[in-house]
Design a protein around this ligand. Structure first.
Ligand SMILES: [Zn+2]
Ligand SMILES: [Zn+2]
Length: 155
């Protein structure tokens, strides 16, 4: 028999590197995949988040209300649950905010690069235009010279 825990969702054995333990009421074991995370997402999980993670069952409002054995609402446990949910939510929001901030920064640097590329293109376009009119002038002069020498020849 293996010493690894079984997954609450699929019932299969969970290897340590794939284990996600709910820090909510149920304290269940999940495969990171069965908990709804891709392998890439899970790899980026900070250790703090792995220990603070709460499953979707435990984040439903009903799950927060914990009753004592005699049927009363256990406020201490309930407050504790709400607190861990808030901590989880705060960590989640912080991560999202950081992601958003850095993506805005990335976008603005992309836009900045684009703007300078456009400016460079405009400059080289101007250079090409003046080169073109220079060539046109040279062409006109050459044509005149040809006409002149033709005149001289015919004289
Ligand atoms: Zn599973
Ligand atoms: Zn749970």
């Amino acid at each position: 028999m293996s010493s690894n825990p079984d997954c609450t969702v699929c019932g299969e054995e969970i290897l340590v590197q794939d284990l996600l333990l709910c820090n909510g009421v149920c304290k269940s074991n999940y495969h990171s995949l069965c908990a709804g995370f891709t392998a890439t997402q899970f790899k980026k999980f900070p250790n703090q988040k792995k220990t603070k993670w709460i499953c979707t069952t435990c984040t439903t409002p009903e799950a927060v209300i914990t009753k004592t054995s005699d049927g009363h609402v256990d406020f201490a446990v309930m407050l504790n649950n709400i607190h861990s949910q808030n901590t989880e939510l705060k960590a989640f929001m912080t991560t999202k905010f950081d992601e958003l901030t850095s993506s805005i920064k990335q976008n603005s640097s992309v836009i900045h690069d684009l703007m300078s590329t456009i400016a460079e293109l405009q400059n080289s376009n101007l250079a090409l235009q003046s080169k073109q009119s220079q060539l046109e002038n040279e062409n006109i002069n050459t044509n005149k010279q040809i006409m002149n020498s033709n005149k001289k020849l015919s004289n």
